[in-house]
Write a protein that binds this ligand. Structure first.
Ligand code: BG6
Length: 795
């Protein structure tokens, strides 16, 4: 039967050639011919959105003076693909404003102007290029431009771009626009590589990187809405008034049928790195003075990217719907033992380091197989009114602005402003206020509590963007800089999540509250913890109390041992007790802290639970530092700052980072950084004896930055020294054994199964600081306590 269809299509194509492309433009001045080629023209996206979008473009432009021809291309041979294409083309629908007769005519013309071409080899592209040029000559028409839409996997981009460059460039004076669908890479370096590869064939102004969220009507009106309502928003668009920003895309669909793609990308790369991030920048960027100035918009977006605080795995809660793994096994032909760690759900908290937004959480969340399909960005404002009686009166209710992308309870795109905020102005005549509502609730408020703005005519995002490509409007597309800035923000989080187990969720309404997550400062955790089973047998069953925290001896010093959490609770309590004692006795507490990952949990515990810690009278010193600027992520001071110092109220004068950077260089002996630090210690710390020094111990037995083989005794009487680490960055500054051993109390924190062997080995070795620097820790008159968790102690 398709043979008949194909014959009909061929006939139509012939008619098209006979009748000529320029026919529609008759009577109007000819503006030239536009050839559109959809590479991947029979794929899903093309079927669902692209052909419809191009048809709409055609319908809108057919009388404008431009003439068109359309080509669907793919790797398939003509006889296979032509009937598929024909079926798709038959399905296009007219814009509502066209009359029935006009619609029939325009559709028929569109069908005549479209044809399939196999686009596989260089010869295929050469033939296409030749065909396009010959058609122009035959018709005697001027060329306006060529538009290639690459709706194919990203790995094919560079090759196709090269073929286009070699054989399909338009005639002189006409434009070339090549549209690229996401994903543009899967991390920073692959995006950079792709960008470089494409750059060898295409100029930047020829590339249109599409993010269809920028074509959604509500998203494209975020900046105009902010501008039009700036008299209200200028005062409240900041941390003092905004409680939090939520950007949400919930989907009910699963990833079935797309597993080869999804398994490689997961939810963060699929929709958060691009769609939700774009929305976040539009909401938080400084308003450009001219909204259509692409350069200014980009500059302001980039400012937001450079102010985003670094993300680590604690900033995200991830999940995977239960059936996903079986889908992966099936679609990727994996065995039953295979299990995937790809997240299909993520809740992420982002902070922006700008005075305007400091401390204001931005939550980005998305997932497959959730209870409903809805997308929105909600700005929730603080409500400073205390209601005594009528809690349902409007000024007691949440104050919020919701950019509602569509679906959900409302079912149409809208911008909603709660009535206790202000009455918004319309952005333009293409938007209207909705005054009659059906009885629905949107994010906790009945619709009647909002002013509601909506587009007069609903338009599909792809159709919008296709018309922007045609107009050469680059402001709705992703620039290379924007793209790389986004990947450089997301890549560290993605890497840190690489081996993290996502929480499994059943899917749909059954998820209940399993995926609810809570914010704790800069961190996110699921609100309801999964139950963890522990066995107590191997502890010898001595009552719950003693089971939780055990006292004992290790290397003939005191030892406290417990499960990790209890150990940290105990260490934090010991620290607070030492601090209170020191302040009571001498007015201040001198604490020296190490880097590394073990103390992070301690820092967090102190920041979140020890509100009565005498921080105002505490001096914080560093046990050691890497020779990198203090702002670098691997600086010990930076870690301490991010996890503790920035959360507690201390005097800046009492914070003592090590001076590793002096005279614009790092750790140079003649800059005397070590001496300077030593002098500060001598001047401020009574008898240079810290009240508490917290140490860790490395796999090679190093402590502070005192490494095996570094002749520790040769340091004489100095308190601070430059040292060398076998690991990068090699240069370090460190307290010496002398400085540490002068302390009143030294705690050594050892955590994690991976330290078990080390703990066993250390329990056997004699004191030999040159081989095992940690064994040189013998406080002269103070006390040494080992804090070892059960994982490290028992393996
Ligand atoms: C696409 C993602 O970019 O966006 C899909 O690849 C996702 O996984 C889709 O379903 C969501 O877009 P929309 O327009 O349906 O919200």
């Amino acid at each position: 039967m398709w043979k008949g269809v194909w014959a009909a299509l061929l006939l139509l194509a012939t008619v098209c050639v006979q009748r000529g492309y320029a026919k529609e433009a008759k009577g109007t001045q000819s503006l030239g011919h536009v050839s559109v080629v959809i590479v991947g023209g029979t794929g899903d996206l093309a079927k669902k959105y692209l052909w419809q979008g191009f048809f709409q473009l055609y319908a809108n432009q057919v009388s404008s003076g431009y003439s068109f021809s359309f080509y669907g291309g793919s790797l398939l041979p003509n006889d296979k693909a032509t009937p598929i294409l024909f079926e798709v083309l038959k399905g296009v629908v007219c814009p509502r404003e066209l009359s029935v007769e006009r619609c029939a005519l325009v559709r028929e013309q569109f069908l005549r102007l479209a044809e399939y071409r196999q686009l596989k080899t260089s010869e295929d592209y050469q033939a296409l290029g030749k065909h396009l040029t010959e058609q122009l000559t035959q018709e005697g028409i001027v060329e306006a431009g060529r538009l290639f839409y690459l709706s194919v996997p990203a790995f094919a981009y560079a090759d196709i771009a090269e073929k286009i460059n070699n054989s399909c460039r338009p005639t002189d004076g006409a434009w070339l626009r090549v549209v690229l669908e996401k994903p543009f890479g899967h991390d920073f370096s692959s995006a950079q590589l792709l960008s470089t590869q494409l750059g060898t064939s295409l100029k930047d102004n020829e590339m249109y990187r599409i993010d269809h969220y920028l074509g959604k009507q509500v998203v494209s009106k975020i900046l105009p809405f902010r501008r039009e309502n700036s008299k209200h928003l200028d005062l409240i668009w900041n941390k003092h008034h905004i409680e939090r920003v939520e950007i949400v895309l919930k989907e009910t669909l699963d990833a079935k049928g797309r597993i080869p793609f999804y398994e490689r990308y997961g939810v963060i790369r699929d929709v958060i790195q691009n769609h939700l991030t774009e929305v976040m920048t539009l909401l938080t960027m400084e308003l450009p003075s001219n909204l259509s100035n692409t350069k200014e918009v980009l500059k302001n977006k980039l400012k937001i990217f450079s102010a985003l605080q670094h993300l680590d795995r604690n900033c995200a809660a991830i999940g995977q719907y239960q059936a996903y793994n079986a889908e992966v096994q099936e679609e990727l032909s994996k065995t039953k033992e295979h299990f995937s760690l790809t997240p299909t759900f993520a809740g992420i908290i982002v902070h922006i380091d700008l005075a305007q937004y400091e401390g204001m959480p931005v939550i980005l969340t998305s997932g497959k197989m959730l209870d409903e399909r809805v997308g929105y960005a909600r700005i929730l404002f603080k409500n400073d009114i205390f209601c005594i009686q009528s809690h349902s009166s409007v000024h007691c209710k949440p104050k919020q602005i919701v950019f509602y992308f569509g679906h959900g309870t409302l079912q149409y795109p809208a911008i909603l402003v709660s009535k206790n905020l202000f009455k918004p102005d319309l952005m333009d005549t293409e938007w209207k206020e909705v005054t009659e509502h059906k009885d629905v609730s949107v994010l906790g408020l009945p619709i009647s509590d909002y002013y509601v703005l909506t587009p007069t005519v609903e338009r599909e995002a792809y159709a919008e963007l296709i018309s922007h490509i045609f107009q050469g409007r680059k402001d709705s597309f992703i620039s290379a800089e924007n793209l790389l800035a986004s990947w450089s923000f997301w890549t560290p989080l993605l890497q840190s999540l690489d081996n993290t187990f996502p929480r499994l969720y059943p899917g749909g309404a059954d998820n209940g509250n399993m995926l609810d997550f809570k914010l704790l400062g800069r961190e996110v955790t699921f609100a309801n913890e999964a139950v963890v089973m522990v066995t107590q047998d191997h502890m010898g069953g001595s009552g719950t109390e003693s089971f939780q925290v055990m006292q004992g001896k290790y290397r003939s010093a005191d030892m406290v041992s417990a499960w990790p959490e209890e150990l940290i609770v105990r260490l934090a309590a010991d620290l607070q007790a030492a601090a209170e004692n020191a302040v009571r006795e001498g007015g201040c507490f001198h604490l020296a802290l190490s880097g590394g990952s073990s103390p992070l949990a301690l820092f967090q515990r102190l920041a979140r639970h020890h509100y009565s810690f005498p921080w105002r009278d505490t001096h914080v010193w560093m046990v050691d530092e890497r020779c990198v600027p203090l702002t670098e992520l691997d600086s010990n001071f930076r870690t301490l700052h991010d996890h503790l110092l920035q959360h507690v109220k201390m005097s800046y004068f009492n914070i003592h980072p090590m001076p590793v950077q002096m005279n614009q260089r790092l750790c140079v002996e003649e800059d005397s950084g070590a001496l300077l630090y030593e002098r500060d210690i001598t001047q401020l710390v009574n008898a240079s004896s810290f009240h508490f020094v917290l140490l860790g111990v490395g796999y090679d037995g190093h402590t502070a930055s005192l490494f095996p083989g570094s002749k520790l005794d040769a340091r004489g009487n100095s308190l601070v020294a430059f040292t060398e680490s076998p690991a990068k960055p090699h240069q370090r500054m460190s307290l010496t054994l002398k400085a540490i051993n002068q302390a009143q109390k030294v705690g050594v924190l050892v955590m994690g199964k991976s330290k078990h062997e080390l703990v066993t080995q250390l329990s056997r070795v004699k004191d030999n600081p040159n081989n095992w620097p940690i064994t040189g820790i013998r406080p002269t008159s103070g006390r040494l306590v080992w804090y070892i968790d059960y994982d490290a102690l028992l393996g």
